[in-house]
Design a protein around this ligand. Structure first.
Ligand SMILES: Cc1ncc(COP(=O)(O)O)c(C=O)c1O
Length: 394
């Protein structure tokens, strides 16, 4: 039998946790695991601006014929502007619509494998828990550079810079543009400048994953490292996800931008990337991208989107403070200030595996094994119970 030799794999850590949480009948259970934004009612609603654009799309769309491997040119142009805001030479950049940030990472991996025999990509330690399976599974060699100091809950910028200084010339360095997943801690502008200097000096290729643009400070500040590097390096890769900032998770919307040395190299790269797409999923899904395209190409919809984006960002900031203050009241000897220094949805709580298990078993509080929490699961209603429970297991 063909499939006889195969074994059932252990459940994916996050998907397994979601299932466990769903089956938990306790009324006061709290989910800090799943990686989606939630509002004060614990919901992940469709943005109003998305509803408006979607309705307009339904009313006006007259064909669903294929658009080609790179998707919609108008979407791509809008995403390129959102990403670079004129900081890169358009003649050197090609942008492709892709199925979410993950799809765009996968196409980037395919392209790197065509560009080099054994491409090595350096990733932060730790990094998003799907970076290694996704990029490694595609065939790239991944190596870690130090990033997060688990004891002090800060970025170990000195160790990171030192490590990058000894990366072989020409290697690829994966950076999180903002809202680093899982730590929530990003380099300051000054640290980004120092990191960029090493990248330029060592002729490294920046590969920037921007999955949370607008979730940290604002759309422009969050793209600082992309735009700072854009006119200083010869080549660069940027992957965007519209899952979080447009709330389009399941519609699978993202883009891949590649900056080549010149317009001639750009044409080569564009044709190779298109061919990579053809060999994986042929053409990207359109519906969500058409919504984003409509929002970004209409000034009134764009400003409505920015208001809703700011509401999500502000709530994340507020619940960080809320949880921090509640913990401070209850566990005053322990410093949780990194919760408020981090931005976006994630940060490490900084507790051990046994404490994580007890929180789940005895209190119905769910988080992944590294103690990474999604602060979007915190509400004014559950924060006291949450802080009390965490304090009890410390
Ligand atoms: C750092 C990072 N990159 C990429 C992604 C992929 O996002 P998408 O759902 O758009 O594939 C995520 C999602 O959690 C992420 O955290």
């Amino acid at each position: 039998m063909l499939f006889e030799s195969m074994q059932t794999l252990p459940a994916d850590a996050i998907l397994g946790l979601i299932a466990e949480y769903k089956n938990d009948s306790r009324a006061d259970k709290i989910d800090l695991g799943v990686g989606v934004y939630r509002n004060a009612d614990g919901l992940t609603p469709v943005l109003d601006v998305v509803k408006t654009a979607e309705q307009r799309l339904v009313d006006t769309q007259d064909s669903k014929a294929y658009l080609g491997t790179a998707g919609s040119q108008s979407f791509n142009a809008a995403m390129q502007t959102l990403t670079f805001a004129g900081s890169a030479d358009d003649a050197r950049v090609t942008t492709l619509q892709a199925p979410g940030g993950s799809g765009s990472l996968r196409v980037a991996a395919g392209l790197l494998l065509r560009a080099r025999k054994k491409p090595t990509v350096w990733v932060s330690e730790p990094t998003w828990n799907n970076h290694v399976p996704l990029l490694g599974g595609a065939g790239l060699e991944l190596k870690p550079y130090p990033y997060y100091d688990t004891d002090r809950h800060v970025i170990d910028a000195d160790a990171m810079l030192e490590a990058l200084r000894s990366v072989p010339k020409g290697d690829i360095v994966l950076l999180h543009a903002c809202c680093h997943n899982p730590s929530g801690l990003d380099p300051t502008e000054q640290q980004w400048r120092a990191i960029s200097d090493v990248i330029i000096e060592r002729e490294l290729v920046p590969f920037i994953d921007m999955a949370y643009q607008g979730f940290s400070a604002d759309l422009d500040t969050d793209a600082f490292v992309v735009r700072h590097l854009a006119d200083k390096v010869a080549e660069m890769i940027v992957t965007n996800s519209c899952s979080k900032n447009f709330g389009l998770y399941r519609d699978r919307v993202g883009s891949l931008s590649i900056m080549a040395a010149d317009s001639k190299a750009r044409a080569v790269v564009a044709s190779q990337a298109s061919n990579v797409v053809r060999t994986i999923y042929s053409v990207p899904p359109d519906h969500g991208a058409a919504i984003v395209e409509m929002i970004l190409n209409d000034a009134s919809l764009t400003s409505k989107w920015q208001v809703e984006l700011a509401q999500m960002r502000d709530r994340l900031r507020e619940v960080r403070v809320l949880l921090h203050d509640a913990l401070k009241n209850k566990a005053s000897s322990r410093d949780f200030s990194h919760l408020t220094r981090a931005t976006g949805m994630f940060c490490f709580l900084g507790i051990n595996a046994e404490q994580i298990d007890t929180l789940k078993a005895d209190y119905g509080i769910y988080m992944i094994g590294s103690s990474r929490i999604n602060v979007a699961g915190v509400t004014t209603d559950n924060v006291e119970y949450l802080a009390e429970s965490i304090t009890a297991v410390l």
